[in-house]
Design a protein around this ligand. Structure first.
Ligand code: COA
Length: 322
């Protein structure tokens, strides 16, 4: 944060306390029957502006300040509207009205500017927060434990939790309520849909897609009374693989490159590259191209992906691009 930013923040807060004082004095002169009406609303609006600014400055983490500046801006605009109304109703003379409007206008501009994150947009409850020193984004409801390594342009959405020793690559997207445990590694461009817990032992290479509510496991024979923390089995999901919604991956089974696991499947065996598996227990019903299309192999054991035009060769039970 630059010095200019800090000065602007101080100026916004100081100005708003001055305006609050002025409003209190001026509304004190309003007719007594106005004290619970416009006067009270005006006082409330300017106090809320000042309070939001104070909240913003008390937040230590920069990313949490923006919503308070946005709130301050909203309250400031409310104050402007009420001042305008008081003037229209003849409760505020021209001179104090003009002076108040000038100051409020300045506060409104400052709070508007301050409510924009470094990447030039105002985060709302629906937007991820831009981190000034970091190159990834997370929603304010997400918890990122200190030490987690998160790559550039990765986005982490509502209520997700990234543990301290997790490693997440560039350009990933982690949806709502995603948990990434210690020692999990996600490569670049990994997409994790809502409600997925990725436990210790799971490694996903680049371009992996994990559908909503996919379940990973890391202990084969869990017992509540027996600690098996040292017996976590590895599950490697190789480059470009997709796992459909609600599928369960029983630990210790690797999923091959560009393999495709159908929705609701329960994977209990190693999955070959480009294989398409469905059902419980998951059985292979065909092959899938890197582009996500079924591959129909002809008598020459070749198949062309209808999406990309790429050709694949089936040779002794394994598929490879030609
Ligand atoms: C596996 C999948 C890719 C197959 O799609 P497809 O090639 O169009 O397959 P079809 O719909 O022609 O089905 C082929 C056969 O497999 C069965 N099948 C398809 N998907 C299945 C699944 N997930 N589980 C069990 N059987 C399945 C069909 O019933 C059909 O059986 P039949 O030949 O006895 O009639 C697709 O069904 C799927 O599960 N996609 C994942 C979607 C998903 O989870 N997306 C997450 C992000 S929203």
């Amino acid at each position: 944060m630059g010095n200019t930013d800090s000065i602007e923040k101080m100026v916004a807060w100081q100005k708003s306390t001055e305006v609050a004082k002025e409003i209190y004095l001026l509304t004190g002169a309003f007719p007594s029957n106005e004290l619970t009406g416009l006067a009270a609303q005006l006082r409330q609006a300017i106090v809320s502006t000042t309070a939001s600014l104070a909240e913003a400055s008390s937040e230590t983490a920069e990313e949490y300040k923006f919503p308070y500046y946005k709130q301050a801006n909203t309250h400031c605009i409310e104050t402007i509207c009420l001042v305008e109304l008081a003037h229209q109703l003849g409760l505020l003379a021209l001179e104090p009205y003009t002076s108040l409007m000038g100051q409020l206008d300045e506060i409104s501009h400052l709070t508007k500017e301050l409510s924009f994150g470094p990447l030039g947009y105002a985060p709302s409850s629906d937007a991820a927060i831009a981190q000034p020193d970091l190159e990834y984004y997370f929603h304010p409801t997400a918890t990122i434990d200190s030490g987690a390594s998160i790559g550039k342009d990765t986005r982490i959405w509502h209520y997700s939790h990234i543990m301290a020793r997790a490693i997440i690559g560039n350009g990933c997207s982690l949806g709502q309520n995603v948990m990434v445990s210690d020692d999990v590694i996600l490569g670049n461009n990994v997409k994790v849909q809502n409600n997925v817990s990725i436990y210790t032992g799971v490694i996903c290479e680049d371009d992996v897609f994990i559908g909503p509510s996919v379940v990973f496991t890391n202990v084969t024979n869990p017992r509540s009374a027996v600690s098996r923390k040292n017996q976590f089995l590895r599950t490697l999901v190789k480059q470009g693989a997709s796992i459909g919604a609600n599928a369960t991956i029983v630990c210790g089974h690797d999923i091959g490159r560009y393999a495709f696991i159908g929705a609701g499947a329960v994977v209990t065996k190693q999955v070959p590259d480009y294989a398409l598996l469905v059902g419980n227990p998951a059985r292979q019903i065909g092959w899938m191209s890197a582009h996500g299309h079924r591959l129909d192999f002809g008598p020459d054991n070749k198949a062309t992906c209808p999406g990309s035009g790429d050709t694949y060769l089936l040779d002794q039970g394994t598929v490879k691009p030609v």
